[in-house]
Design a protein around this ligand. Structure first.
Ligand code: BEZ
Length: 389
């Protein structure tokens, strides 16, 4: 057959249209790597994060930025020494486009270093390590949760305002506990109190007895504790079993009572904590989210589920701006940076360091709820010390 000019032009046009329309389809599914704890004291937190993430994607018809998602999973066991190998399984073996992880601050610091070195897109759905949105901040690293300083600072402020002058702290000895306590001290000092004793034990140890005896001997006005997951359940129960909850108020960042109240039962009643989520928020998005989450998983969502859901929302905002083309990294990052995330916690934006600027709520345990009591600190931004972005 002899091609004339018109036929040739039509063939060229058809080929071009095919290439551009097929561009996104030709890229196949977006590969998402979950690096989360699925075993150990933080196992329930990892599952809640994954469930929240998947729920948002399901609500979008299984696609973000017009592309379907394919999931890869690694159990990080909340073990920092395995973190580099684990994230490399996702990046090098599975070739993921984005890593979503993790819960533990020690693990996330190793992940952030690898993500930075390999320019892998990383969305952190919990771990509050300040370095990640501080000295290690980077265009390819985002957090959908909090910095350890944020709820700690708010609780310190509230404790001081409620008359606590001499306070004891207790935590696992690692970045999350240390930074949470530092934030608490700053807030407490600003409202007239001081910390008179710091107690620690190694993560994830739950032999609290000797330390509880020391608290009883110190007789502080209040105790501030950072624990989460299985460790939080045991600590709150042991504190009550020792009779301390009758004499010395136990405060904490909301991790101490979030996702744990069924197991803590009577021991947690009346406790005050601060967090960027609460039960009974007057937020329409939260009402819809809770109904959908309940339908999908037959359980009430906690803060970890919200952070997973919002990690997916953030990624979705970036992918929508580039029609699913992860290669357009600059535009993808810019879109997440300027997004207003319609979160169940209440809408939030991201700081320059890519950490949520958010209200921190005061909550009170009533039955199996961390009931909203009010806003402890409005639109709190992490100071992002050392971030050069
Ligand atoms: C952390 O390691 O950053 C962390 C773990 C559980 C709850 C909150 C923070």
């Amino acid at each position: 057959m002899i091609f004339n000019r018109a036929m040739l032009a039509r063939a060229v046009l058809a080929a071009a249209l095919c290439a551009s329309a097929g561009g996104v389809a030709a890229q196949g599914k977006i590969k998402v790597g979950f690096m989360l704890p699925y075993t150990g004291t933080y196992a329930a937190l990892g599952t809640a994060i994954e469930n929240g993430f998947r729920l948002y994607v399901q609500e979008q018809g299984g696609k973000l930025g017009g592309r379907e998602l394919e999931y890869f999973k690694v159990d990080d066991e909340s073990e920092p020494s395995k973190a580099v190998d684990n994230i490399n399984k996702l990046i090098k073996r599975d070739n993921v486009d984005v890593v979503v992880g993790t819960v533990h601050s020690g693990v996330v610091m190793a992940m952030a270093k690898v993500a930075k070195d390999t320019n892998t897109l990383l969305v952190v759905p919990n771990a509050g390590a300040e370095a990640v949105t501080g000295p290690m901040c980077a265009p390819n690293i985002f957090r959908s949760s909090f910095s350890n300083w944020q709820p700690g600072y708010a609780m310190g402020k509230v404790a001081g305002e409620r008359g606590a002058r001499k306070v004891a702290t207790i935590t696992w000895k690692y970045a999350a506990g240390d930074e949470s306590v530092e934030g608490f001290k700053e807030g407490l000092k600003a409202s007239g109190g001081e910390v008179v004793k710091d107690l620690t034990l190694p993560f994830p140890n739950v032999e609290f007895q000797a330390l509880l005896t020391e608290i009883a001997a110190t007789k502080p006005d209040a105790v501030y504790a950072f624990f989460a997951g299985g460790g939080a359940v045991k600590f709150v129960k042991d504190y009550a079993a020792a009779g301390l909850n009758k004499a010395i108020p136990l405060y904490g960042p909301g991790f101490l009572t979030d996702g744990t109240l069924e197991a803590q039962g009577a021991a947690a009643q009346g406790m005050l904590t601060t967090l960027h989520y609460a039960d009974g928020l007057d937020v329409p998005k939260d009402k819809a989210f809770r109904a959908d989450f309940n339908k999908a998983y037959k359980t009430t969502p906690d803060v970890y589920a919200v952070q997973g859901y919002d990690a997916a929302q953030m990624l979705g905002a970036g992918l929508a701006a580039v029609n699913g083309d992860v290669g357009r990294r600059g535009e993808l990052v810019a879109a997440i940076e300027k997004a207003r995330i319609d979160s169940p916690r209440g809408a939030f934006t991201l700081s320059k360091a890519h950490n949520p600027v958010q209200d921190i709520y005061l909550r009170k345990v009533v039955g199996t709820e961390n009931r909203y009591e009010g806003v402890a600190v409005k639109a709190l931004a992490d100071p992002a010390k050392g971030c050069g972005m």
